[in-house]
Write a protein that binds this ligand. Sequence first.
Ligand code: HEM
Ligand code: HEM
Length: 138
Amino acid sequence: MKHLHSTLAIILLLALVVAIVITLINYFGSKPYNRKIALLGLISAHLQLVIGLVLYFTSPLGLEAFSGANMKNSLSRLYFLEHPLMMILAIVLITIGYSKAKRAKEDYQANKTVMIFYILGLILVLSRIPWSTWSILA
Ligand code: HEM
Ligand code: HEM
């Protein structure tokens, strides 16, 4: 599960960057909205949410570590509180962006919506990845 979550993290980061770049190009080039590419980011995000939730209830770093004492430890707090909370918020933003874009009447509106919500989501994701302990980088 941990390995899957780690691999999906890379796929999600790539999917978000690709979706943002293509949507930016379409927005500034006044081209049609590419729903498929935004959908790729959305699906990666939802899959990661499900795997993350499973990890949260099974890993010793997740809910099990939730305590006042661990609150004082910044790495431990990142895992049991900040990482899950921020990632869920990021995925909510990405989902809102995708849904709003789906209902947009004009292509430029859809492009703008995905651009803004996906960039905000990506920033939140980047801000709370456990960079210092990520097994792929270590
Ligand atoms: C805890 C689990 C999940 C929650 C709470 C969740 C929630 C949502 C929500 C709120 C939407 C927005 C619907 C809309 O306004 O269009 C959505 C859409 C979607 N979800 Fe999930 N989801 C979850 C898991 C998954 C999984 C595991 C997948 C598949 C890999 C998935 C694939 C999709 C797709 C493809 C759409 C958009 C379909 C479309 O409108 O084109 N979701 N989900
Ligand atoms: C945007 C989505 C997410 C990304 C990009 C992401 C990324 C990561 C990464 C890179 C790690 C480190 C893995 C390693 O050291 O090999 C990790 C660990 C973890 N993540 Fe996430 N995550 C996301 C969402 C979530 C969510 C929604 C939850 C829970 C609700 C969650 C719970 C956890 C837990 C509990 C760990 C620690 C697992 C362990 O080492 O035992 N993640 N995540």
